[in-house]
Design a protein around this ligand. Structure first.
Ligand code: FAD
Length: 405
């Protein structure tokens, strides 16, 4: 959409072919329906939030960065707000208002949108685009085409990977696709019992045996098969890499990051002495969410009938250890269709970062998640899509108009 808007704004005749009966199905899901459309951090911090390929976006960000995007929406009457960690949302808290602005801009710049129109191929002659073929056999003649068909997650939104297949047929290399920003599955089965429970104010230490990754304090969500939540999703790219390298990945959940082991031991002693005849389950309800107490005591090897004054020193130490390092073993990342982004995609080696043009096919451009670019949660992926789209639209339009002149 942004590519089409920018090309239209520069005066090019633009056709947007959308396979769905509506635009922006994935956009409507973003930010839990609120659309975290960008992040207000600096360029240097922004680029750091992408896995190794962030630098590729430097030129695209030069043309159209977070301040330009915010101006684009606010200039169209959509007020924005900056929330924690500099995440930017519309004041309306509705992704649909972001989509409305984009649709308004498409109309304003005379972009013709064709719905229910899956693109099947890009026709090329002697390494030059000459048309776009749709699934119903129509050929739209053009010397410029922008492929912006997204990744391969949440396929029901339309991102089924068609564009990646087309790019491959045209000779582009596709870096292996992996689920990114995704939940993790555990060897332990108890997450199933705790499904839906969110632990607040916890921290994670994720290890592959030799290297460790320490998260900040945040939330952990138990799922049917493992763990999720912002901390897990952010760390999932690194975990996926370690798993692919055949490393055993473990997670130690620090359930009490505000206290060290000595302080925790003192706190437990105090709780046990406060009412020595209380059952151990009751005591632990003051330390952990109720739903977690049975799982915790099972792991600690403490009988549920035990009274506070019957807990041995060894058991207390075991509890302190578990509160600081509650262990989980990771078996795999969650499936593709639950991932927020696709890692991998069209190799950047064959794309000019200054224009988003293919270095193999003249007149072909790429934008968005189809590229081998993925960022953290926090608005980084949408800004990457908007910025690369803006640059692709601008380059395609300028070339087309230069040719006419
Ligand atoms: C649940 C969820 C929440 C997210 N939340 C955020 C967030 O808050 N902030 C953030 O920055 N990122 C978020 N993301 C990531 C972000 O949505 C994507 O990175 C972004 O949408 C990519 O944009 P895109 O235009 O490249 O691809 P898409 O948004 O996937 O759009 C691709 C479009 O191409 C169309 N298409 C596909 N194939 C064809 C074809 N053959 N012919 C014609 N049309 C075709 C599709 O129907 C679709 O309309 C989230 C992702 C998910 C799944």
């Amino acid at each position: 959409m942004m590519a089409a808007i920018r090309a239209g704004e520069l005066g090019a005749r633009v056709l947007l072919l959308e396979k769905n009966p509506q635009l922006g199905r994935k956009l409507l899901l973003t930010g839990k329906g609120r659309c975290n459309l960008t992040n207000a951090c600096s360029l240097t911090d922004f680029i750091r939030r992408f896995s190794k390929n962030g630098n590729f976006l430097r030129d695209a960000f030069k043309f159209f960065f977070n301040d330009d995007l915010m101006e684009f929406f606010e200039g169209s009457g959509l007020a924005l707000k900056v929330e924690r960690q500099q995440r930017v949302f519309p004041e309306t808290d509705r992704a649909s208002s972001v989509l409305s602005v984009l649709k308004g801009a498409l109309a304003r710049h005379n972009v013709q949108v064709v719905y229910d129109c899956p693109v099947a191929d890009i026709e090329v002659d002697d390494h030059q685009v000459f048309g776009v073929k749709t699934a119903d056999g129509r050929l739209f003649k053009t010397s410029r085409a922008i492929l912006a068909t997204g990744g391969v997650t949440y396929k029901e939104t339309g991102s089924t990977g068609d564009g990646l297949e087309i790019a491959k047929r045209l000779g582009h290399h596709i870096v292996a696709l992996r689920p990114g920003l995704v939940a993790l599955e555990t060897k332990q089965h108890f997450p199933k019992i705790l499904e839906g429970l969110t632990l607040k104010n916890i921290a994670l230490e994720i290890s592959n045996g030799s290297s460790k990754l320490q998260t900040e304090v945040g939330e952990l969500l138990f799922t049917y098969k493992g763990i999720s939540g912002p901390l897990v999703i952010t760390a999932s790219g690194q975990v996926a890499d370690w798993l692919r390298e055949g490393k055993a990945v473990t997670v130690a959940v620090d359930l009490k990051p505000g206290m060290n082991e000595t302080e925790l031991d003192k706190r437990l002693l105090k709780e046990f002495r406060l009412s020595p005849r209380r059952g151990v389950k009751t005591v632990f309800k003051s330390l952990l969410p109720q739903r977690m107490v049975d799982v915790f005591l099972n792991l600690a090897g403490i009988d549920f009938e035990t009274k506070a004054n019957q807990i041995t020193q060894a058991q207390r130490q075991k509890c302190v250890g578990l509160l600081k390092k509650f262990p989980l073993e990771i078996t795999r990342t969650g499936p593709f269709n639950t991932a927020m982004v696709t890692q991998g995609g069209v190799s950047l080696k064959e794309i000019d970062p200054k224009t988003m043009a293919s270095l193999l096919i003249k007149g072909l451009y790429f934008a968005g998640e189809i590229l081998d670019i993925d960022g953290d949660t926090g608005g980084f992926n949408l800004q990457a899509a908007f910025s690369s789209g803006y640059l692709a639209g601008q380059s395609a339009a300028q070339e087309a108009l230069d040719k006419k002149a």
